[in-house]
Design a protein around this ligand. Structure first.
Ligand code: PXG
Length: 447
């Protein structure tokens, strides 16, 4: 099906109108990187170029690989049957089916699924549910939200407020009031070149106790963290850190939110990182891998306890004043179901887990190359820190990204001077080898 559309994909003659997100627009428009088609592990570029190896599962989302036939067929079939139906006061069957499947994948009593369309919306939804939960149970003084330095929770005002990335915050005014941050868990001094979760750093969870002492538990609604911080360069949690955070939250009646937008759907070898770390949060935010990137979708999985807290009061009254026109969109739900089937049938989460040691070993072969300051691996993800060029933070990695694409036919992600790789979970051992050989040549080229 994808094949028939290739001929139609041509190079646009005007690049000016599209303002690209999170992209230096002028440089891009001088030398655009245009993708016109994808299949499994590869992209194909305008003018008949490619294959380009996808080292990043798109933006951490195409976990089942690109243009998988069952997902494409499910979207096409759904589009013919039901293009749209409202999710306020009405619903369609596929939404219930997908919610049940997600509840079955999620740990503990996380059984209630609220749908939205992106990770940013998922985060803002989770924060709002947390605030409203305390309000409806009569603890409306709990309004403070705690995030973490170097956290990425999307780009909504809630997400950037609890997030910890200066450039995502400093341009945008006063943000949400009443937010505080835990310290980031990364310390190069203590954990450089660690495979998996570093031994050092569990004590940083105790900073939450300090914040409780400062603000008082009666003012704190929730703590939100990524189990593994992805966007700021793959920061696996220190051993024991997440259980400690859970214990402190429990002690003080604070909800724990895991932002699993990246870690969900197999990236760390499990349906959710919560399972890998043996910690059940109160809310999980998800997106990306739920449809393998094929249709936008996000959502929040809440505990039975939270859901039931809302199910009081007169039955004709809306329990949660929140939702989106496209919540549980039929195309997204159909794509989601087909994607979950693929994950199950091809055992892709277990596959990621089985490949983790090989992936980590291949990643560590880059140690010793010029400018490589640290390599962190966990699941099928790696962050490679490069030394910055003098006076030009981010330039070396930017050059690496361009060279990887043009000279090595490899797509990589960059954050500052960190290279991140997170291939689709269908990646072969040979492709893992190929990927790191290409990255090695690129790192030498930008030395
Ligand atoms: N939470 C987390 C943990 C994320 O990683 C979002 C929320 C927001 O999702 P949406 O769908 O609103 O973009 C994200 C998104 C990168 C990269 O290269 C990461 C994301 C998006 C784009 C690029 O690290 N994460």
């Amino acid at each position: 099906m994808a094949q028939t559309r290739v001929a139609a994909a041509s190079v646009p003659n005007n690049l000016e109108s599209f303002w690209l997100p999170f992209t230096p627009n002028r440089g891009f428009k001088r030398a655009p990187r245009l993708i016109v088609r994808a299949k499994d592990m590869h992209y194909y570029t305008a003018g008949g170029g490619g294959p380009v190896l996808d080292g990043t599962a798109g933006l951490w989302c195409t976990n089942a690989g690109h243009n998988r036939d069952p997902i494409v067929a499910a979207i096409a079939g759904q589009a013919e049957e039901l293009d749209y139906s409202p999710a306020f006061q009405f619903a369609h069957p596929t939404a219930f089916e997908l919610a049940s499947r997600l509840a079955a994948l999620a740990p503990g009593d996380l059984n209630r699924v609220f749908f939205c369309n992106s990770g940013s919306e998922a985060v803002d939804t989770a924060l709002k549910i947390a605030l409203a939960y305390h309000y409806v149970r009569g603890e409306g003084t709990r309004t403070r939200l705690i995030g973490r330095e170097r956290g990425y929770h999307g780009v909504g005002f809630g997400g950037i407020s609890v997030g910890g990335i200066v450039n995502n915050r400093k341009f945008f005014g006063s943000l949400l009031a009443g937010v505080d941050h835990l310290p980031a868990t990364y310390s190069r001094e203590h954990q450089a070149f660690t495979k998996g979760e570093p031994e050092w750093g569990a004590h940083l969870a105790d900073e939450l106790e300090r914040l409780v002492t400062l603000h008082d538990a009666s003012s704190i609604a929730a703590v939100i963290v990524e189990p593994m911080a992805g966007s700021t360069g793959v920061l696996p949690p220190p051993q024991g850190y997440l259980p400690r955070l859970r214990a402190i939250c429990d002690r003080h009646g604070i909800l724990l939110i895991f932002d699993e937008v990246i870690t969900g759907f197999g990236r760390l070898g499990y349906a959710f990182a919560a399972e890998r770390y043996g910690v059940v949060p109160d809310l999980i935010a998800f997106a990306k891998g739920v449809t393998s990137g094929a249709v936008p979708m996000g959502g929040v999985i809440a505990s039975d306890r939270i859901y039931e807290t809302f199910m009081r009061g007169p039955e004709h009254i809306i329990e949660l004043f929140h939702g989106y026109t496209y919540s549980a969109h039929p195309l997204a739900c159909a794509a989601g179901l087909a994607t979950l089937d693929l994950y199950r049938d091809e055992k892709l989460f277990a596959r990621a887990k089985a490949l983790e040691p090989r992936f980590a070993e291949a990643a560590m072969t880059l140690k010793g190359l010029p400018n490589v300051l640290d390599i962190r691996t966990v699941g099928l993800a790696v962050g490679i820190d490069l030394a910055s060029r003098a006076g030009a933070f981010g330039l070396r990695a930017y050059e690496a990204m361009e060279r990887a694409f043009r000279d090595e036919a490899l797509m990589i992600r960059i954050a500052g001077d960190t290279i991140a790789l997170s291939p689709p979970l269908i990646v072969s051992e040979a492709q893992i080898g190929e990927m790191f050989e290409k990255v090695a040549r690129v790192i030498k080229a930008v030395a």
